[in-house]
Design a protein around this ligand. Sequence first.
Ligand code: FAD
Length: 489
Amino acid sequence: DKGLMWFRRDLRADDNAALYHALKSCRQVCCVFVFDTAILDPLIERGLVADRRVEFLHASVTELHERLRELGREHGIEDAGLIIRHAQAQAEIPQLAEALGVQAVFANHDDEPAAHARDAHVLGDLAHRGIMFHGFKDHVIFERREILTQAGQPFGVFTPYKNAWFKALEAFHLKSYPVQRYASNLAPLEKACPMPPLETLGFCTTNLAQLKVPTGTSGAQALFEDFVERIDLYDKTRNFPAVKGPSYLGVHLRFGTISVRRVASVAYGMHLQGMQGASTWLSELIWRDFYHQVMANFPHVVEHAFKPEYDQIKFEHGKHAKDLFAAWCEGRTGYPLVDAAMAQINQTGYMHNRLRMVVASFLVKDLGIDWRWGEAYFADHLIDFDLAANNGGWQWASSTGCDAQPYFRIFNPVTQSERFDAGGKFIRRYLPQLAGLPDAVIHAPWKANEVELVAAGVALGKNYPKPIVDHAQARERTLLRYAVVKKPG
Ligand code: FAD
């Protein structure tokens, strides 16, 4: 039989569930990646042509093609590799499958609502042509309805979910799929399939290389090796944005350039040895599974609050709200930690987890702006943007989500800064105009006296803004705004 392996958010040739099953069950397996115009063209229409994710994807697909060629060669197939297309995937895949004469298409699950709709369409079209479509779990350890409460319902609270996750875990769930075992079933490419340059896709290069963001499976491997060396410190370092504490693997887990089974099994082994840093990191991977199952089981979260009564909250709107939102996006709020964090995402496409919580809380609870505006901004700018995790993070910070922080818990942006960037190192890195302020006032420059401001060359309202909102007053407004969730009806 002949099969077609369709790569999507699983850009690796090792430990890949769908690829393994395709190679195991078919004598000849062709591989394809489609640069999907249904996803890319809307970005171009919005002018977002310098997108670090597209560049990351492009580099990672190039590496995947090379790796498949190598894997083929190691197994006596001269011309294996990827068929690369730039088209609308939902139309292209069934046509290609028919043209190649395959009996089945293999792909790994993608539970985002838009991906479900695309896959349902592909499945229907393939069925008309007499071709099967096989989907596999690959992106998470447990998916969909695999972990349920005793009453058979999906979990909405993390801690019992995590307990059930550990209870359900067996060696099999972390085992890698030995793709090499059947790699001699890779099909040679009928004709060479050159990689379209980024410009042909409608995009341009970004500062990805300058930022030294490593791409592809080789990049993921290097990052993971580096992280394993310091994983034991993770629980102590992870909250401090000036410190190299986290793994920076988000983008690789997003695009599947590293297997989640692989990283989870390493962390799980260390967790069993009692290494606290590894336990905490594993817990973050379980949060990732948790939010993926929330999205799969409660897809309304994509546009609505998880808790329906929170949809009644009236956020600010109109010109003033738009101005406040623009100040937040551009890092002009006058709160240094918030502004430095926004500079980080704008300049690098990454933002430290602690800062994601701080800026999300600030947007919703200090500026009174709808969490969906912030979610959309992150979706456009984060290199590791993932619908499930991003939505979960925003609904957590805005208290609208499942297992979110209570609405009356409101981060104080100055206290957060004093706790997590005590020496102002992170602020100074991203806001050099404040670098000369003493540590004691760098978190709240409006508290500095004239002498300190002059000595540091800071002119509030000129080279750094005055705060656009008073935190104490904003807090009161938020408590009133959120009070609607407590009123009947
Ligand atoms: P590490 O600390 O090394 O964590 C390892 C991995 O665990 C991450 O790569 C990620 O895959 C997963 N992870 C960690 N924390 C979480 C979490 N809270 N929820 C789900 N998965 C988690 N994460 C994304 O992957 N994509 C997003 O778009 C995203 N948006 C967020 C928005 C907000 C408002 C908040 C508060 C959090 C968001 N997160 C998101 C979660 C978290 O901030 C990032 O996963 C993390 O900062 C990525 O950096 P890292 O890879 O160095 O993480």
